[in-house]
Design a protein around this ligand. Sequence first.
Ligand code: FMN
Length: 163
Amino acid sequence: MRTAIVYYSLNGNTSYAAERIAKKLGAELISIEPEQAYPAKGFKKFIHGGKSAMKNETPKLKPYSFNADGFDRVILGTPVWASNIAPPLRSFIEENRATLSEKRIAAFVCLSGSGAGKAMEKLKACLGTDSLEAELALIDPKDKPREANDKRIADFCDALIGC
Ligand SMILES: Cc1cc2nc3c(=O)[nH]c(=O)nc-3n(C[C@H](O)[C@H](O)[C@H](O)COP(=O)(O)O)c2cc1C
């Protein structure tokens, strides 16, 4: 199964998880970034990103290379922002809607506390699907390493390997 992991990360937790998953699955990593970066620290980080997520914004992305024909499966990764997906991932989905509808889709979210379920529902609504191949939620896997995250990553990868 040729798998791409497309993810956005502001502070490194989602990219950390993406790298771990890529290593286990032999997947290709594709990082997306908005042309205009969100503030990465302080109060501004939560105000700007939170507002943008609540408004379901789709910021313009920096150029990225995603050759959809090369993949059977796409794993989408995003931090949870205001119980929603981060806007750059929404942009990616909008830009690749037709292609994504032909792929197997799995997803993971990183968060610090609550809102994973709501964010996952919003991700599915954005994709226009009721279910994903596999789902995963991790609590700040880079900043707060813990066995529970490692186990969840392993289970997620095993589920995909079994598909
Ligand atoms: C704008 C913004 C909104 C956030 N909203 C939530 C939230 O609703 N629930 C939550 O548990 N964590 C929230 N967080 C924390 C991040 O989801 C969490 O720290 C995540 O692991 C960060 O991933 P990253 O390091 O890849 O950016 C928010 C962070 C930011 C910057």
